[in-house]
Design a protein around this ligand. Structure first.
Ligand SMILES: [Zn+2]
Length: 409
C-alpha cells in the first residue's frame, strides 16, 4: 500500500489530551481519533491492528470448538431485572426509553442476554456442552474515562459463555478457555501472568484474571524483583524473604466459573439424562480487545514510537523509498513480499528522508526496509529491525528468504 494514498495522518507533537504513553502514541501515529473523552474511532492503522487481534482471538476460540455469534447491543431492561443486575450496574448502564416507552439499555455485558437465548433454544443435555462467543462493542457510562482505550465508555470485548450439564463439564470448558487465553495473549506478544481472583459482581465460585504489568494498570499486585513472582498480598517473598514491591497491572482478561447464578435467576433449565429439569451450569470468559490494543502499545514502545510485535502490527513492513526513480522496483518488491503473505506500507511521499524515517519509527511496523542510493548503485536493500534498531543489508532474493523465515517462526 502506498503511504501517499493512505488515510494516515501522523502528528509531530504530542497531543495535549494524551494521558499515558500508549494514548499519546496511538493518537500521534493516527491509529485512533478521539471523538470525545472516553469515545474513540479507529482509523485505518488502528483498525488493522484491531482486526489482527480479533483474528488471533477467533483462531484460538474456534480451535477449542467455540462458535461465534453476535448479540444485540440494545437490550430490554426486563432481562436485567430477573437477575437484579439492573440495580447492581445502574451507575454505569446507559438507559433510555424508546418511542413505545420500552425501557432499553446499551449492553454493558451479555450474561443475561445469552442466558435468554439458551433458555429458549436448548432443552436437552444432548445439546450440551456448548461454548458461544462474540466480539462486540460494550457500553459503560464511566465516571472517569482515562488512558485512551484502557478505560473508555464504548469498548470492544470478546465475551464467551459455556453451558454444561454438570460441574465436571464446566471444569473441562474452563480449562479449555484458560489454555486458549494463554495462547491468545502469547500470540499478541504480551508478557502476562494469570492469578486467581475475586468473582465480584459476576458471582460464581472461581475466577482467574490475566494481567500485564504496566504503569497505567488499575490493579495492584506485589512482586519479588529477584524471583520475578507476583503475589496478591504484601507479605514478603516466601522463597528469598525479600520485601515485595508494588506492581501496577493492566487487566486484559477474566474468566469465571459462574455455576447456576444466571440460569437459576432466569429459569434457564434443561432435561438431564435422568429426565430431571435442572439449571445450566455456566462459565463466562472475557477479553478486553480494545484494552489489549492499548496494553500492547503501552508495553511495546521506545523514545521513537511504537514497536508492535509481529502478528498484530498494522503492516509487516515499512518500505522507505528515498528516490522517486526506484518506486517501480519498490512496487515489484511489494508484489513479491505480498506473494509470501506479507503486507507492506511503501512510503512514497514527497517528504525529506528524516520525516519518512521518523514516521516509520512512530508507526512501529516490525521491519523497516530502505531503498535509496545503495540500491541504485548495486541493488542493495537495507533492513532495520524496529525493536533492536539493528540493520542488515540484502539483495532482493536473500531479503525475501530472510523475511519468509522470520515470519514462519
Ligand atoms: Zn523472592
Amino acid at each position: 500500500m502506498l503511504f501517499s494514498k493512505s488515510f494516515i495522518f501522523t502528528q509531530r507533537e504530542d497531543p495535549k489530551v494524551a494521558e499515558c504513553k500508549s494514548h499519546k502514541l496511538l493518537l500521534r501515529g493516527g491509529f485512533l481519533f478521539m471523538v470525545s473523552s472516553g469515545i474513540y474511532s479507529y482509523l485505518p492503522l488502528g483498525y488493522r491492528v484491531l482486526n489482527n487481534i480479533n483474528n488471533i482471538i477467533r483462531k484460538h476460540m474456534n480451535s477449542k470448538g467455540a462458535q461465534e455469534i453476535l448479540m444485540s447491543a440494545l437490550q430490554p431492561i426486563e432481562i436485567w431485572q430477573k437477575t437484579g443486575r439492573d440495580k447492581d450496574l445502574a451507575e454505569v448502564m446507559f438507559r433510555f426509553k424508546d418511542r413505545k416507552d420500552r425501557d432499553i439499555c446499551l449492553g454493558p455485558t451479555h450474561e443475561e442476554e445469552i442466558t435468554e437465548i439458551i433458555r429458549r433454544s436448548v432443552s436437552s443435555y444432548k445439546q450440551l456442552p456448548m461454548i458461544l462467543y462474540q466480539i462486540q462493542t460494550k457500553f459503560r457510562d464511566e465516571p472517569r474515562p482515562r488512558f485512551g482505550l484502557m478505560r473508555s465508555c464504548e469498548f470492544i470485548m470478546k465475551d464467551a459463555y459455556s453451558f454444561d450439564k454438570d460441574n465436571q463439564g464446566l471444569d473441562q470448558n474452563y480449562e479449555k478457555m484458560f489454555q486458549a487465553y494463554k495462547d491468545i495473549f502469547s500470540e499478541c506478544g504480551l508478557d502476562f501472568i494469570d492469578i486467581e481472583a475475586d468473582s465480584g459482581a459476576m458471582g460464581g465460585n472461581l475466577s482467574h484474571e490475566f494481567m500485564v504489568p504496566g504503569d497505567t494498570g488499575e490493579d495492584l499486585l506485589f512482586k519479588c524483583s529477584d524471583c520475578a513472582k507476583y503475589f496478591k498480598n504484601e507479605g514478603q517473598c516466601p522463597d528469598c524473604k525479600k520485601k515485595l514491591e508494588e506492581a501496577k497491572m493492566i487487566e486484559v482478561g477474566h474468566i469465571f466459573k459462574l455455576g447456576t447464578k444466571y440460569s437459576k435467576a432466569q429459569e434457564a433449565f434443561f432435561l438431564n439424562e435422568f429426565g430431571k429439569r435442572i439449571p445450566f451450569i455456566m462459565g463466562c470468559y472475557g477479553i478486553g480487545v480494545s484494552r489489549i490494543l492499548s496494553a500492547i502499545a503501552e508495553v511495546n514502545s521506545d523514545e521513537k514510537g511504537l514497536v508492535w510485535p509481529k502478528g498484530v502490527s498494522p503492516f509487516d513492513l515499512s518500505l522507505v523509498v528515498l528516490d522517486d526513480t526506484i518506486l517501480p522496483k519498490a512496487l515489484e518488491l511489494e508484489e513479491a513480499l505480498e506473494g509470501e503473505g506479507l503486507s507492506v506500507l511503501i512510503d512514497d511521499r514527497q517528504e525529506a528522508a528524516g520525516v519518512k524515517f521518523n514516521d516509520a519509527y512512530l508507526l512501529g511496523n516490525p521491519y523497516i526496509l530502505i531503498m535509496g542510493k545503495k540500491y541504485l548503485k548495486d541493488g542493495t536493500i537495507d533492513l532495520e529491525i524496529r525493536k533492536t534498531r539493528t540493520s542488515k543489508s540484502f539483495k532482493k532474493g536473500d531479503l525475501i528468504k530472510f523475511l519468509k523465515d522470520e515470519y514462519s517462526r
